[in-house]
Design a protein around this ligand. Sequence first.
Ligand code: CDP
Length: 223
Amino acid sequence: MPSPIIIAIDGHSACGKSTLARDLASRLGIHYLDSGALYRAVCLYCLDLGIHPEDRHAVIHNLDGLEIQISLGDYLKVMNNGQEVTERIRLPEVTRWVSEISVVPEVRRKVNEILRRIGKQQSLVMDGRDIGTVVFPDASVKFFLTADKMVRAQRRQNELQSMGREISLEKVLENLEHRDTIDSTREDSPLRCAEDAVLIDNTLLDRSEQLELAMSYIRLISS
Ligand code: CDP
């Protein structure tokens, strides 16, 4: 059996990574795995236990009590200790605190074990912050996505609105900036562009242009 192909997509918050990842996965006939969902699952677990996300000692102390299961399919199903949390991991409270949880090396180790186990078994498009740099440094193709901050905030606000959540542009922008700062400055696996990643700024690209551009790089790299 040929070894699985991993396509890594890293980049800033709300820059369209999951859209591109989903589109590429569907075009290539492989699964998409959103690594951020696992960090969100850990964050939700801590919040449910009443642990303050900045209380690193308590986060680490309780980590062994969490078993995360995911199933890849038409959508990513996430279970915390047997309970489905697919929707709850998108709650604003989780979005507010997930980056604080993600700085903890023990959390990262737990998530990475799951990601690598799945990536060994099957080809995947995986998005996150450290997929091409740390989780799969040998990924077949690596993209680093970015876009203008205001454009990202506007897109995320539209996305939330379509889910029935009204939130001001200022608040969305504040959250993106907050997470980008923590994600880029943490000690363990900071967000950065891998040396061998293809940089795509999609500020002026629509969904299909972004997909076609990424596909042309994939064809080029694999030829
Ligand atoms: O909202 P968005 O889709 O941009 O973020 P996400 O992919 O759901 O990731 C949520 C948070 O998880 C990020 O802000 C990071 O703090 C963390 N994360 C990480 O540290 N490493 C990853 N590989 C993926 C996510």
